[in-house]
Design a protein around this ligand. Sequence first.
Ligand SMILES: NC(=O)c1ccc[n+]([C@@H]2O[C@H](COP(=O)([O-])OP(=O)(O)OC[C@H]3O[C@@H](n4cnc5c(N)ncnc54)[C@H](O)[C@@H]3O)[C@@H](O)[C@H]2O)c1
Length: 258
Amino acid sequence: MGMFDGLTALVTGATGGFGRRTAERLAAAGARLVLSDIDRESLEAVAAGLGTETATLAGDIADEALSERLVALAVKRFGRLDIAINNAGVAQSFVKLAQVPSDEARRIIDIDLMGVFFAMKHQIPAMEKQSRASGKGGAIVNVASVAGTGGAARLSVYAAAKHGVIGLTRSAALEYAGRGIRVNAVCPSYARTAMVGDFVKLAGTNEVEALAELTRGVPMKRVAEIDEVVEVILFAASPKNSFMTGHALAVDGGIAAL
Ligand SMILES: NC(=O)c1ccc[n+]([C@@H]2O[C@H](COP(=O)([O-])OP(=O)(O)OC[C@H]3O[C@@H](n4cnc5c(N)ncnc54)[C@H](O)[C@@H]3O)[C@@H](O)[C@H]2O)c1
């Protein structure tokens, strides 16, 4: 028996680094999956390789209607929504605050913060309803960042959005603690995904210099591997982890201990 046997899990950003690996691990552990990302073709390709029952819906996570439709899809296809991994997100240009174009700042907030708000706004009522009906609510895991727990030079708007994600996480955890819904956030430092590639490009320096800058403040002196972060996402989502809610779990090579 897998740890997620028979459970329905929703993963956003499902074709990206953390999202795809999370979907693979959930599928291998017995979950049925509802997957979303912006590009339909790559989403279908990921879903086809998972070897479990899947439902997919492509769209922009900044559009509230997508979150509403994703929850409806989970309920229609699988009868319930047990786990939601709100993972879709984008990086910002690696520049100081005064150089961040205002339309880019708004877009970062729309995707990285409002996207998580819309997701939870529609996931929570479905989980509450099933908690009332069957005593089993659900678990939400929001992928924030270490940039959500402290200032992040040249990532000000991204950091603001991720601080907001942690605020939403803690507040929702309190509001729904008595309703069978756990809400936690996972806060990675830099990990080896396309997003780090984007930071390197946006930094306008070469890869070696950019990676050296990214890992300078990390006690372990390296970026994380995707699996090291996904392990913690699964831990937060696990039904066995039934008394933990409202946490922002750092997966950061020691930064939080500094
Ligand atoms: N990689 C890191 O170093 C790092 C560190 C801390 C936090 N994070 C967070 O982890 C999460 C996953 O990022 P990743 O590192 O796997 O990067 P990634 O770029 O590989 O994956 C992000 C996914 O989100 C999707 N996405 C982006 N904008 C979207 C939108 N508007 N609508 C729908 N989908 C959209 C992308 O298509 C992509 O598949 C993000 O929330 C990111 O902020 C990443």
